[in-house]
Design a protein around this ligand. Structure first.
Ligand code: CAA
Length: 391
């Protein structure tokens, strides 16, 4: 039987970060609230020269061979940090990466959930057209504002995935359960550059959605927690996933619960250092699990919980391929995180306030940014992107 799934994955973030102990001191909080209570140690800080387009291009650039660029059938970009009400981020990415002219390109929006919709659309398309490959990118910048309770849960980055009939990393099983309900837990009106959120309520809705889709999943498939070797969560902050996991651990025995908790620790290594990537967050957790869990073996089943405020939730499973490590760039990932430059709180605040917003002509300093793709400013109400040669 033909199987479809994830062939390769790559990640991009900014080259700057803020230490959460520094932020706690600046905000008059006990550092353990951020480090343990929220579960975040570092946070990506975005310079004005990066946006959803450049982060997406920087992730996908590492992923595709020349031939794949020429042949890619669909370019799906999931984001809630879009740069235009009309034009999709996917078209900017198509030009910057010189992707197939005869491709479909689209941007998807539904808070942090839409990356999962993109992945499912890709899986369905490739199932019907097994000789085709689809590029799915989840790219976002999480902004709540200085001195807000959401500040410690900011972050940024993009995860790019290639979906094909050669699922070198994992097969996407056809077992999704999903649900949607109109809930005002988190939103961003069109004139806002920062999210509005009912924080505690959003965390409760997340847990309720998880419990409900997980129950439906079990009722429909006949599978239970004992059939899973790891549970991977959307991680707006890493304690959130831990809370959801703890809600269901009583469904299994002690030894299995301990191994699920160990897998969870592996899955949150990267998110602790980067923060929330909204659409990409679940997929950064998956990358982190694949890179950091030494117990993983081909054939194991991984549970995936996707949540997007507003609200939509989906639970599905992946079956790990024995070749999964070949689809990743673990060393590149570690290097990317280790080589970032640490910022002081005032330097972070200045960059946060200096984010490029609106359509007036303006320049973005990009000289210090080592990324391949940078935003250089806005000219004639059009965003200007540039490819830099680094090597
Ligand atoms: N040592 C250890 N732990 C401490 C501590 C200390 N000194 N002080 C406090 N804590 C613990 C608290 O007990 C609490 O843990 P529990 O929830 O397990 O009890 C934790 O630290 C956080 O403390 P508070 O609840 O008091 O924190 P807060 O009110 O300042 O804000 C927040 C927390 C609501 C998550 C806020 O950061 C926020 O609004 N974030 C944005 C919204 C969000 O991420 N929602 C998640 C679900 S929605 C979603 O998933 C979509 C999305 O991506 C946005």
């Amino acid at each position: 039987m033909m199987t479809v799934g994830i062939e390769k994955m790559r990640f991009a973030t900014s080259n700057l970060y803020l230490d959460m102990t520094d932020l706690a001191h600046a905000r008059g909080e006990d550092p353990n609230k951020y480090l343990l209570g929220i579960g975040q140690t570092e946070q990506a800080v975005v310079p004005p020269s990066q946006d959803a387009v450049t982060l997406a291009a920087n992730a996908a650039e590492q992923l595709l061979t020349k031939q794949e660029r020429a042949e890619i059938a669909e370019i799906i970009v999931a984001t809630e940090s879009g740069v235009d009400h009309s034009k999709s981020v996917a078209i900017y990415v198509q030009r910057l990466l010189e992707l197939n002219r005869y491709a479909r390109a689209i941007e998807l929006k539904q808070a942090c959930y839409s990356g999962t919709f993109g992945l499912m659309q890709a899986r369905d398309y490739v199932s019907l057209h097994p000789d085709k490959k689809v590029l799915v990118i989840a790219t976002d910048i999480a902004r709540y504002g200085l001195n807000t309770s959401g500040e410690v849960t900011q972050g940024a980055g993009a995860v790019a995935m290639l979906v094909s009939a050669n699922p070198q990393i994992a097969v996407i099983n056809d077992d999704s359960q999903f649900m949607t309900a109109d809930i005002m837990d988190f939103w961003r009106p069109v004139d806002h550059d920062k999210a509005l959120v009912d924080g505690k309520y959003s965390a409760n809705v997340y847990r309720d959605f998880f419990k409900e889709v997980w129950q439906r999943y079990q009722d429909t498939t006949g599978l239970t927690l004992t059939d899973f070797d790891a549970m991977v969560f959307h991680l707006p902050f890493t304690k959130m996933g831990l809370k959801a996991l703890r809600d269901v651990l009583p469904e299994t025995d002690e030894a299995h619960a301990a191994s699920l908790l160990a897998a969870f620790e592996a899955s949150r290594v990267y998110s602790k250092r980067v923060g929330n990537l909204y659409t990409g967050s679940l997929y950064l957790s998956l990358l982190s699990l694949l890179a950091n869990d030494t117990q993983l073996r081909g054939g194991q089943r991984i549970g995936m919980f996707s949540y997007g405020s507003g609200a939509e939730g989906e639970f599905f499973s992946l079956t790990l391929a024995p070749t999964f490590k070949a689809g990743l760039d673990v060393l590149g990932m570690e290097k990317l995180l280790d080589q970032r430059q640490q910022l002081s709180v005032p330097a972070y605040e200045e960059l946060f306030e200096g984010a490029l917003w609106g359509s007036a002509d303006q320049k973005a300093q990009s000289k210090q940014d080592p990324a391949h793709f940078v935003l250089t400013g806005v000219q004639n109400q059009q965003r200007q992107y540039r490819r830099q040669t680094r090597d």
